[in-house]
Write a protein that binds this ligand. Structure first.
Ligand SMILES: [Zn+2]
Length: 243
């Protein structure tokens, strides 16, 4: 069944009401709408809890897509009770965790600006994120950190623009990822734009991001690892560099 993904239009929506439309044999719950982000494009799915009408909670272990992108499966933690079809719930995203993921995810976009090589992989994490680049050069991680923090400090706006799948297909050059597929298949694709008139960057992405670069806060490149002759793995962490 199809679930309305409220998070696509409001990254800051941490609670919402929903009705259960299906409960699978394996415990996965489908809702009419949701603010829980479903794992995609390197960003983990949301955790949190469902609040039932009697006030009790059902802890949520993971949120992911089903066979297609319009299916969103919410899986309670093992041992938690399952809601009933037709039951009304109040959804509560684990906001401190999600906000860290939004800051980290936005930091990954900034890294792709500072380090303008094709991206071969990315994984957003709460404490550390990694981005892999197709590059053979050696690059100074402290300089990359300084360039990142310059973009953070300049406090550029971060916002979405929507284009159709056809417009994206006609402009393949705007996709930086070599093997991370842009979020096509819904008829429209969100372009994540940074800076006035996309002056800093624009990139197709279905993840969640903060609304201005200053919210990313202090980040640094903790490590750059050589993963083969033409591949470098950058690890981004929160806080100032360790000295
Ligand atoms: Zn993104």
């Amino acid at each position: 069944m199809t679930t309305i993904a409220l998070y696509r239009d409001d990254f800051y929506l941490s609670t919402a009401e929903a009705v259960v439309i299906s409960v699978h044999d394996d415990g996965a719950v489908e809702l009419d709408q949701t603010c829980f982000y479903a794992a995609s494009g390197g960003q983990p799915g949301d955790t949190g809890f469902f609040e039932r009408e009697d006030g009790s909670h059902i802890q949520l272990g993971e949120t992911r897509h089903g066979a297609t992108k319009d299916v969103i499966l919410h899986r309670p933690v093992d041992g938690e009770p399952l809601p009933l079809v037709g039951e009304k719930l109040v959804l509560h995203v684990d906001w401190p965790r999600r906000y860290k993921l939004m800051r980290m995810h936005t930091a990954c976009h900034l890294l792709s600006v500072v380090c303008s090589y094709p991206i071969t992989g990315a994984a957003v994490g709460e404490e550390e994120s990694r981005v892999d680049f197709d590059m053979g050069e050696t690059i100074d991680k402290d300089q990359v950190t300084a360039d990142l923090m310059k973009l953070v400090g300049e406090n550029h706006p971060v916002y979405l623009q929507w284009i159709t799948d056809e417009e994206l297909a006609a402009n393949p050059g705007i996709v930086k990822s070599k093997n991370v597929r842009p979020p096509v298949g819904l008829g429209r694709v969100s372009l994540v734009c940074i800076g006035e008139n996309s002056a800093v960057d624009s990139q197709p992405c279905g993840g969640t991001h903060v609304s201005e670069t200053q919210e990313v806060g202090a980040i640094h490149i903790a490590k750059i690892e050589k993963k083969g002759k033409e591949n470098r793995r950058f690890r981004i962490r929160f806080g100032a560099p360790e000295t």
